[in-house]
Design a protein around this ligand. Structure first.
Ligand code: ADP
Length: 543
């Protein structure tokens, strides 16, 4: 017997319909690449997205075609996403921080037919264009007045192009399993791989990600996604915010402490989301400008890399802001867990509360987690046992674009995340390390992330990284790499003394080195592969 409820395919453009009809006047405020702050609303975003859809169709773009976007967070990028998916085409976010060769490789692999780009990236694309064989046209996300001279094929200013269509257009209806978006993994090992989101997975993920124990956005919120739309599906905020009817503040290209503070303050942002580096920059700015306060901000979502304890503590104690530590990955659409407090942890004292906030929290409905040993045997949720973290659910990838990487699920349909984690009896997951980065000392494992989190709490430290280096007796031992804060000169002794007592003795780094800079990936993570290569020949003093 079948249910007798309506067939209402979970199509992504229904989200912007909902926002336009129910929260039409809610603002979307953007720092434009041209300079000024531009304010629009969901009703207008939808009208213009319909024009994008119609105009794309006029250019011959249709069902299943990939449209690349190389753009910051802004209203035009938002309109582009909804317009693209509204005709069954596929938005493909390109990360400008990748090496140019990688961008070219990804565009060709995805077969993008059209690219929409911010002005910022026109020179980059001009250099690559000769190699981008599938691209037929470039739409520059600007108006005629700001349109540059360019050699890009069939280049046109977005506003000129859009004016050639009206919004008398109906979204195309199709199966909810149709592809909606694509995002490539960053490819720190091997070639990047394409993750293909469906309309169904994107819609379900947004519903899951917004329950009150996760992002919990409401129409009363003002959300500023600092995390770029090109990083891991923009943490789905371009969908979750309009679904909730929340006001959106888009920071554009400027992500330094002063610019982020300016947007938070000026637009009374209540919730924001970004990787730890952004928050470290903001907190440094606030430290230097004691008059700057954050009276509106209530919560910040921090993920992509481990959030240092000191960041969570400063936000709580100095600014009365709750950090929601989150874990996710491109393959998960991307949110997997968020650290909000279950009743068991609600009334903890200040230090114990911070201990829990160091975990990445618990999973929403729709993300099944397990940890296993190398043979795939399930391990207990006892907060101690380390295992490979595996997940399944309706918004988790089942394979990569074109089948790259082969079969990626185990027999029970779980995807191996490549992370090593513990899970506590209440379901709070703690990332111990990437399986490639964990330090193997005398047959036991040391978490590089835990050591980094402690070291970065030292008052003279701007950034810390820990890698395993060869040791004749223990196989690997931890080396601590430090970038000191400007004008400070911490030494080895003060760092090791600071860390003593905060971890088991045998976890303490065997040595400390000071550098001007630590290499990062295109999504702001510490590039451990490069760091390991840099210190390959390093001799530990006790080796
Ligand atoms: P990229 O490498 O392009 O940033 P992802 O965003 O997909 O790609 O990276 C996902 C990985 O980032 C996870 O598998 C995990 O290793 C790491 N990660 C994400 N969030 C956290 C977190 N809160 N703490 C520690 N590691 C995290």
């Amino acid at each position: 017997m079948l249910g007798l409820m309506q067939d209402w395919p979970l199509l992504m453009h229904r989200i912007i319909d909902h926002a336009a009809f129910n929260h039409g006047a809610r603002k979307v405020i953007s720092r434009s690449v041209e300079g000024p702050i531009v304010t629009t609303d969901y009703r207008t975003i939808r009208e213009r997205a319909l024009k994008v859809a119609k105009r794309l169709a006029k250019d011959g773009i249709g069902f299943g075609d990939r449209v690349g976007t190389l753009a910051w967070n802004g209203y035009r990028h938002l309109e582009a996403w909804y317009g693209i998916v509204g005709i069954g085409a596929v938005y493909h976010t390109l990360n400008p921080r990748l090496f140019p060769d990688q961008i070219a490789w990804i565009v060709n692999h995805a077969g993008d037919r059209l690219i929409m780009t911010d002005l910022t990236f026109v020179p980059l694309l001009e250099k690559l264009a000769g190699r981008l064989t599938s691209v037929e046209r470039y739409v520059i996300l600007t108006d005629a007045a700001h349109m540059p001279e360019t050699t890009l094929k069939n280049a046109v200013a977005y506003e000129t192009w859009l004016a050639e269509a009206d919004d008398d257009f109906a979204w195309v209806e199709f199966d909810e399993n149709t592809a909606a978006g694509m995002c490539y993994t960053s490819g720190t090992t091997g070639d990047p791989k394409g993750v293909v989101y469906s309309h169904r997975s994107n819609v379900l993920h947004s519903v899951m990600a917004n329950n009150p124990d996760m992002l919990g956005l409401a129409s009363r919120d003002v959300i500023m996604p600092v995390v770029p739309m090109f990083h891991a599906n923009g943490w789905s905020l371009a969908l979750t915010a309009p679904m909730a009817g929340a006001t959106m503040v888009m920071p554009g290209a400027k992500m330094d402490g002063a610019s982020i503070y300016d947007m938070l303050d000026r637009h009374a942002v209540t919730c924001s989301a970004a990787v730890p580096t952004v928050w470290l920059m903001l907190l440094q700015y606030l430290e230097q400008n004691p008059a700057a306060r954050l009276p509106h901000l209530k919560r910040v979502v921090i993920g992509g890399s481990a959030c240092p304890r000191a960041v969570t503590q400063t936000f709580r104690d100095v600014y009365d802001v709750e950090v929601l530590h989150a874990w996710g990955m491109t393959e998960l659409s991307p949110l997997g867990t968020v650290c909000s407090m279950k009743p068991e942890y609600q009334d903890l004292d200040k230090e114990a509360w911070l201990d829990v906030k160091q975990t990445t929290g618990h999973a929403p409905f729709g993300v099944d987690m397990k940890i296993t040993d190398d043979d795939g045997k399930r391990l207990p949720w006892d907060d101690k046992t380390f295992g490979r973290l595996k997940v399944r659910g309706p918004a988790v990838a089942k394979s990569y674009f074109k089948g790259d990487g082969g079969r990626i699920l185990d027999d029970d349909g779980y995807f191996d995340t490549g992370d090593v984690a513990t899970i506590d009896p209440y379901g709070y997951m703690r990332i111990v390390d990437r399986s490639k980065d964990v330090i193997k000392s005398g047959g036991e494992w040391i978490s590089s992330i835990d050591l980094e989190n402690i070291a970065v709490g030292h008052p003279d430290v701007a950034e810390a990284a820990v890698i395993g280096v060869h040791h004749p007796k223990w196989d690997e031992r931890p080396l601590l790499v430090i970038v000191p804060k400007a004008g400070r000169t911490p030494d080895r002794h003060s760092l090791l003394t600071f860390m003593e007592g905060k971890v088991a003795r045998w976890w303490l780094p065997d040595d400390v080195v000071f550098v001007a800079e630590i290499p990062h990936t295109a999504t702001g993570k510490i590039l451990k592969t490069a760091l390991r290569a840099q210190f390959k020949e390093y001799k530990l003093p006790n080796a």
